[in-house]
Design a protein around this ligand. Structure first.
Ligand code: ASP
Length: 331
């Protein structure tokens, strides 16, 4: 326990430094950011595959579909892409040569559904949707998730895509176990949106870390880590090394910071900073966050340079470069 004197000293350091480093005192001393209000439908999602996902989601929002349907169908475009090696059944396998899928979604009322460690189903996000809509639960895993999917009419598929087979054969030559996310071996799709009526929804789906241990589950299907939606506040999603995101409950942290008045951008920066404070090897990993609030402001921030996201609003759908902690540090 800090002494009262140390505690007071910490408060004054935090209050005067202007640093983004999180301390319990600082979290409550940060003045609220002034929002810039944007109306209309807004969709944002991780990486360049976010462009077709946003397009689909926006098409649905423009047709006045439910926010959750737009989010789900947006990420399904990426799950269905046979060339995608990090989302859906064409993703790279684990170190036993099996593709295992993680996905979750949250709707405009804060309902949630999730599946993890699911094998052989080409739309894990749709199974997560059924978990949300048809069961009293939030999350089903492994063989139980598969059984539920099959009972609901999904067909199980076996085998690897040609690209994944090639990459796995290559990986087997060394079988190097390096559970570090770099620019080549990640790329979850996390998609969050706010419709013109102010409803939020989000969806997140991935085949996870390439050549992971069999049974490993990352942040993407974990409500509060890979995705969080609060109807009163906004939404956040994550990509990158799931272990680092889980340890700080990344998406939930961002939504809570927004609830306290921080802009989505500052909240994303704070979450990345939190990882950098807590994880000694943060310079060797990549994590990126996206967020959106009630006013329609958006945030994007990553540890490393190179995190791109797709932003659809005002009739445009564009790929953007997120700012990053390490680039900022080197200045
Ligand atoms: N977050 C995902 C995971 O840890 C991977 C990624 O975003 O690329 O499984």
């Amino acid at each position: 326990m800090p002494s009262r004197r140390t505690f007071i000293k910490n408060i004054s350091i935090a209050a005067t430094s202007g640093s983004l480093i999180a301390t319990s005192a600082k979290a409550f001393t940060v003045p609220a950011d002034k929002p810039n209000v944007t109306t209309g439908n807004i969709v944002l999602s991780t990486w360049s595959h976010g462009i077709p996902a946003n397009e689909k989601a926006m098409e649905l929002l423009n047709a006045k579909a439910r926010a959750i349907d737009a989010a789900q169908q947006g990420v399904m475009v990426v799950e269905a892409d046979p060339k995608n090696t990090s989302v859906g059944l064409s993703g790279y396998p684990d170190r036993d040569g099996i593709v295992t899928l993680d996905a979750c979604l949250m709707d405009e009322l804060g309902n949630a559904g999730s599946v993890c460690f699911l094998e052989g189903i080409d739309h894990p996000i749709s199974v997560a949707r059924l978990v949300m809509d048809k069961t009293p639960h939030v999350m089903l895993s492994g063989s139980g998730a598969l059984q539920f999917a099959i009972q609901n009419g999904f067909k199980q598929k076996k085998g690897l895509s040609p690209d994944a087979k090639r990459a796995y054969t290559e990986w087997l030559k060394t079988s190097a176990y390096k559970p570090v996310i770099n620019i080549e071996n990640h790329d979850t799709i996390g998609l969050i949106l706010r419709d013109e009526r102010g409803n939020f929804s989000g969806a997140c789906t991935t085949s996870g870390l390439a050549f992971k241990m069999h049974g490993r589950v990352g942040d993407s299907p974990i409500i509060g880590a890979g995705l969080f939606v609060d109807p009163e506040v906004g939404a956040a999603t994550a990509t990158g090394l799931g272990e680092a995101v889980i340890k700080i409950c990344g998406s939930h942290l961002i939504v809570e910071l927004m609830r306290m008045g921080q802009s989505p951008q500052r909240a994303c920066e704070e979450a990345v900073k939190r990882i950098s404070v807590k994880q000694k090897n943060f310079k060797d990993m990549q994590v990126g966050f996206l967020a959106i609030n009630k006013a329609g402001e958006i945030g994007a921030f990553a540890i490393q340079p190179g995190f791109q996201y797709a932003l659809a609003m005002n009739g445009k759908n564009e790929l953007k470069d997120a700012a990053s902690l390490l680039k900022a540090e080197r200045k």
